[in-house]
Design a protein around this ligand. Sequence first.
Ligand SMILES: Nc1nc2c(ncn2[C@@H]2O[C@H](COP(=O)(O)OP(=O)(O)OP(=O)(O)O)[C@@H](O)[C@H]2O)c(=O)[nH]1
Ligand SMILES: [Mg+2]
Length: 215
Amino acid sequence: MSDPEFSPETIEQARILFARPAVFVMGATSIPQLPPTDLPEVTFAGRSNVGKSSLINALVGHKGLARASNEPGRTREVNFFLVNEAMHLVDLPGYGWAKASKVTTRKFQNLGRDYLRGRPNLKRAYLLIDARHGLKEVDAEPMDALDKAAVSYQIVLTKADKIKPAELARVVEATAAAIRKRPAAHPVVRATSSETGLGIADLRAEIMQVCEITP
Ligand SMILES: Nc1nc2c(ncn2[C@@H]2O[C@H](COP(=O)(O)OP(=O)(O)OP(=O)(O)O)[C@@H](O)[C@H]2O)c(=O)[nH]1
Ligand SMILES: [Mg+2]
């Protein structure tokens, strides 16, 4: 089902944009290593294992681009992927990774937090939430930080294929209600599945627009 907010033309332009080769640029383990801020970028943040890397792969139609894995804590760097030489998709390490040592977890989380606060070219942060679980306490901290830093963010529900459509609709609604008073949160909650492709075409169109890419 397509989102009425994007015309068929926009959806098609975005499909073509994301069909162009996407390349891995670099993985930064510290703030000074981050690439220059001359291109627009969007980033994907969220709990470990929520499906950040898989979503990037679904967007660019390339299963092996961002490394995804069942083992939480797979992504340990701030990874930059260049699309059409025009914008970056940024894969962040996950938070709430229980298996890692406290020190390691802190290091990734601080890196993610510093990245989110320090990128003037960051057009939007997508905060990924597992559709089966909805918002959890662990998600409040990043939302507080994004609200405080006035970084525009939007909730994307992942793994929507794992629940029934009626349940998905309920989670979308409950999530939208829960973020209503958050100043930096975009009111629209998107539902996606990297497995079935649900919501991916609309997300491509939105990213194309927020990055102001013109065909
Ligand atoms: N069924 C289903 N499984 C998914 C979906 N997205 C991701 N997964 C699975 O969830 C697991 C975690 O996915 P990743 O993309 O590695 O998650 P991540 O958020 O990048 O995890 P970290 O890098 O550890 O923070 C993998 O086994 C994926 O195959 C989805 O839309 N549907
Ligand atoms: Mg990952």
